[in-house]
Every structure is written in C-alpha cells, then in structure tokens.
Design a binder for this molecule. Structure first.
Ligand code: B12
Ligand code: SF4
Length: 486
C-alpha cells in the first residue's frame, strides 16, 4: 500500500537507463516540507498497470514529456476508471501545452512542481479529494471545472535553488540504474548516474523550451553540488556522472569552487563527468578548470555548419567558427567532444546540409575522441519553432506524439518536417548519408581504444556484450539509431 505513486511511463520499445530526477526532487521536497514519506516511483515501460495496481495508491502523479504523452493519457484514464483515485499530471508536455489536459485528470502542474505538489498533497491529506474550489487557490495549476479549463496564477520559481533538497535516491531506487553504461559518452562502460546543478538557461534557442519552462536561470551552490556528488561516490560507488543541466555553468569560479568541494570531501579524481556547454562560452581557463574537476567529455550543440542556419537556430551570439575553436581547444587540452547537429531546419538548403557534413568531417578529423550526433529538427511544443510550424500549418491536427521519440526513423517521419525547401524523400536520403558519415569513424575509434579490461568486463556480462555488438553495428551505420539527446 502506498500513498502517492509517481509514474514515468517509457515509450514502448525505448529503454531509459537514467533515473527520473524530477520525481526524486518531488519526493524529497514532500519529505522535507511536509514530513510525508509515503511516496513510490514507477519508472518502466513494461507492465506499468500491474506495477501501479500492486502499490494500491491513494493518489497517482504522472510525468509526461511529449513523446510519452499517449502512454500517459491511456494510463491515467485507466487509473481513474479502475482505481478511482485522484490523478495529477506534470512535466514538460503539460507545461508547454496546458490546453492538452484530459478531462479525467484532476490537475495539471505547470512548470516547477515541488511547491505546487506540496500544496496539493496538503489539501489531499486533509480532505481526501481535489475539487475545483480548493484547486483554484493553488498557483501553477490547470484543471477542468465543468466545461471550463481553468489556469491559476503562475507559480514563482523557488529561490535560492538550494531550498530544494537533493533528489530522494531511495525513492528513486538509484541502485537499479548503477549498472555499467556509457554515461560519459565515451567507449567505456562505467557505473554512472545523472545529477542536476542548475535549472534554466540564459539563452533562447528557437527549438528549445527550457527558458520558457524554468524562467530565469538558478544555480545550486558549489557546496551543495560537491556534497551531492560525494554522497554518490562514497555511498553508491558512482564512477561517472552525466550533469543533465540544460547548460552547465560557464562560470569558472563556480567550477573551481565545486572542485575544491570535491577535494575537501576526498572524492576529487574518483569520479568523472560529462556535461553540456555552449561553444561561445568555451575558453582555455574554463576547460582547464573543468579538467581539474574531472570532466572528460563535453557536449556542444553546434547544430549547423551553415552560418545562416545557425543564426536562425541559436541567435547571433554563436558562430560556426566558435564551434570549431571550442572543439580544437577542448581536444588540445585532452577533452573529447560530443557534437550535436540538426538537419531539416526552416529554410535549410542542400548546400547548408553539405556545409554541416563538412563540419562533421573536420571535427572527426580533429580527434578520434570526438563524436558527432545527428538529429532531425523537431518542433517541440512551447518553443518558437513550434509557433513557426503551427502558423504555417505544418503541425497536423491529429498529432502522433510518439514521433517525438528517440528513434530517428520515427522522428524523420514527414509529420513534423519543418523544412519547406528540400523535398522530404531527398531530405531523408541526406539524413541517412549524414548519419552514416557521423558514425562511420566510430568503429575505428572503438577498436583503437578497446582495452583488455573492457573486453574482460564484457565477457562477464552477456547483456553488456550484446550492447557492444549493437554499438558496433550502429557505428558501422548498419542500424540507424541515434544516441539519446535531451
Ligand atoms: C536528463 C534528460 C533526459 C535523459 C533522462 C530522462 C529522465 N529519465 O529524466 C535522457 C537522455 C534519457 C532524455 C531523453 C529524452 N529527452 Co530529455 N531531458 C533531460 C533533461 C535535460 C533533464 C530532465 C530533468 O531531470 N529535469 C529536471 C527536473 C527537475 O525537471 P522535470 O523532470 O521536468 O520535473 C519537474 C517539473 O516538470 C515537474 N514535474 C515533472 N513531472 C511531474 C509529475 C507530477 C505529478 C508533478 C506534480 C510535477 C511534475 O516537477 C519537477 C520538479 O520541479 C530535460 C531538460 C530539463 N531541464 O528538464 C530534457 C527534456 C525533458 N528531454 C526532452 C526530450 C525531447 C527528450 C527526448 C524525446 C529526446 C529525443 N528526441 O530523443 C528523449 C525522450 C526520453 C525517452 N526515454 O525516450 C525535452 C522534452 C520536451 C517535450 N516537450 O517533450 C526536454 C524538456 C529538453 C528540451 N529539449 O526541451 N532526456
Ligand atoms: S538549447 Fe541549450 S543553450 Fe539553447 S536555450 Fe536550450 S539549454 Fe540554452
């Protein structure tokens, strides 16, 4: 028997080996703010109904991004019909599209969820129900009152961010995720997980809904970050961490303060990191500071080799040359780069795509530790790109949200093709050509780096061995599957 069950249903057939940190933060906030500990997290794509039912919840909360929205609709309907308990819905999708709240869901939580959920749970524990008159007093909600969709006043962000305790690792059952994986986006399989050190981003890229979701950017203190990492290393023997910030701080003083905090806690050098930066923010002092902290790889959204398309996507503050310079600098100082590209942006021509292919070639030539990932420009709800596509009638009336998933064969489906210059079939060929170009060099890099320790580990673990074969096929370009991209 559980009180609140928080559910992250996976898209069918797509695995997700990272903990749903958002749900861990919600659980921690309820524990600290309300003394409420009766929370369970269900994070799976298989037998989700059975898993929820066996917990006998008193209230259920779903998290939905766009790609798993259909699963969330079906499951939440089932919970309401079969279990007859209140149902809440939060996450990026409902935040961007509050009007998509289904009638059977009691309330949708817009944006940051901690304080809003705490207030909802206080009401629920007191009255055992969530009815429109009481919901109207809670900020940050969308709910149905009869035939009227009501939105309450926006919820102000929690400041300072350290007021939110670290995610509840026990509720998340963190041990489940600590299997060797390529969390550092290198060829190594290490025991790893994700953390978050900030919320928001000061930039406004047209395809990203992060700034709309979080408002102004907020950072956890260096002390808090170091302590969270130390717990993961000491208690859970974590070796690799993906810092899932939208954009990791480019403030060199903050990076150094985190490094000092790790040193004071005796964990500096015991854990390595992979994180996202923006090319125009990369400089030598920052890379050296990141290296000292233990960063082995950075991710850069270079997006396009065409200056014109890059300007459209990211605004005028970052150039193609900034990207080249950032990768060269990082490589010279011993850091590999995971570079992300987008194909199919509005106005993009075949010539623009050729320029992107040329940049990919250059980056792969710079170092075998560089890795290029190719994605198809997809308009996400809540972004300027979505508005662009909607205004031009490029978004179908009946949206198949599953197309927002990880599988590029789905995401290159014509439904969300926002480029009106290149005919779709030709575009699809160009995408395949570019995937192949980006992946072909990876096999060489893997073979060059393949160590005996790595092979021995693989032999002991059949699933790991299978994954390596899968990678091999993928890098040969035989199986066109892109790596996850957030
Ligand atoms: C880490 C990450 C991943 C990881 C891990 C996902 C995971 N298990 O959490 C990986 C790499 C697997 C991933 C994959 C994808 N991701 Co991703 N990811 C992120 C990232 C960077 C951080 C997620 C996170 O932990 N956020 C921090 C927590 C605090 O925020 P949160 O989860 O939203 O939760 C808060 C609120 O939303 C709310 N809330 C959320 N759920 C609920 C539920 C209830 C009941 C309540 C009350 C409140 C509530 O309260 C929480 C606390 O404040 C976000 C960007 C971002 N900053 O959120 C993108 C993001 C969620 N990803 C995104 C996308 C598009 C994807 C992919 C579809 C990419 C792709 N094309 O392949 C895939 C889909 C996942 C899948 N399995 O197929 C988009 C989603 C946009 C959308 N409308 O769908 C985001 C927002 C980034 C962006 N581009 O704008 N992702
Ligand atoms: S894509 Fe990255 S840099 Fe651009 S707004 Fe989003 S988080 Fe910020």
């Amino acid at each position: 028997m559980a009180g609140l069950v928080l559910v992250n249903p996976w898209i069918e057939g797509v695995s997700n080996n990272k903990p749903p940190l958002g749900l861990g933060y919600l659980a921690a906030y309820l524990r600290e703010g309300l003394g409420y500990t009766d929370v369970r997290v269900v994070n799976t794509g298989r037998h989700v109904r059975e898993r929820i039912a066996e917990l006998h919840p008193e209230i259920v909360g779903f998290t939905a991004y766009s790609a798993n929205f259909p699963e969330v609709l079906a499951l939440s309907h089932w919970v309401k019909e079969e279990l007859a308990v209140p149902v809440l819905l939060g996450g990026p999708h409902i935040t961007a599209m509050p009007e998509s709240l289904p009638r059977w869901v009691d309330a949708g939580v817009i944006g940051e969820g901690e304080e809003t959920l705490l207030e909802l749970m206080r009401i629920f524990l007191h009255r055992r129900r969530l009815l429109p008159p009481t919901l109207a007093e809670v900020n940050g909600l969308v709910f149905w009152d009869g035939d009227r969709l009501v939105r309450t006043a926006p919820r102000p962000p929690i400041v300072p961010l350290d007021r939110i305790p670290p995610p509840d690792l026990q509720v998340l059952e963190i041990e489940r995720y600590l299997v060797p994986s390529q969390i550092l986006m290198t060829n190594e399989y290490v025991r790893g997980t994700t953390i978050i050190t900030s919320r928001g981003c000061p930039f406004r890229c047209v395809y990203c809904h992060v700034s709309a979701k979080w408002g102004r950017v907020r950072y956890h203190s260096a002390e808090r970050v170091a302590e969270e990492i130390a717990v993961l290393v000491r208690r859970y023997r974590v070796e690799g961490i993906y810092v899932a910030d939208d954009l990791f701080s480019a403030n060199v003083h903050r990076v150094r303060a985190i490094t000092r905090g790790l040193e004071e806690r005796g964990v500096l050098g015991k854990v390595r990191f992979f994180l996202d930066l923006r090319a125009n923010l990369v400089n030598e002092a920052l890379i050296l500071a990141l290296k000292e902290m233990g960063v082995v790889r950075i991710s850069l959204g270079l997006e396009s080799g065409s200056e014109r398309i890059l300007r459209y996507l990211k605004g005028g503050d970052v150039s193609v040359e900034d990207g080249r310079r950032a990768v060269k600098l990082a490589n010279r100082l011993g850091i590999g780069c995971h570079c992300c590209f987008m194909l199919g942006s509005p106005g993009e021509t075949v010539e623009d795509i050729r320029q992107t292919q040329q940049l990919i070639r250059e980056i792969l030539e710079m170092s075998p530790s560089n890795f290029c990932q190719v994605n198809v420009t997809t308009p996400l709800p809540g972004t300027p790109l979505w508005e662009y596509a909607r205004e031009r009638g490029l978004i179908p009336k009946e949206i198949d949200w599953r197309q927002f998933s990880l599988d590029p064969s789905l995401s290159t489906a014509p439904d969300f093709y926002v480029n009106e210059v290149i005919p779709f079939e030709e575009f699809r060929r160009l995408v395949e050509e570019t995937y192949h170009l980006a992946n072909s060099r990876r096999l060489e890099a893997i073979l060059r780096k393949m160590s005996w320790r790595y092979l021995a580990r693989a032999i002991q673990r059949p699933r790991l061995a299978l994954r390596i074969v899968g990678d091999w096929l993928r890098f040969r370009g035989l199986r066109q599957v892109a790596a996850p991209r957030s």
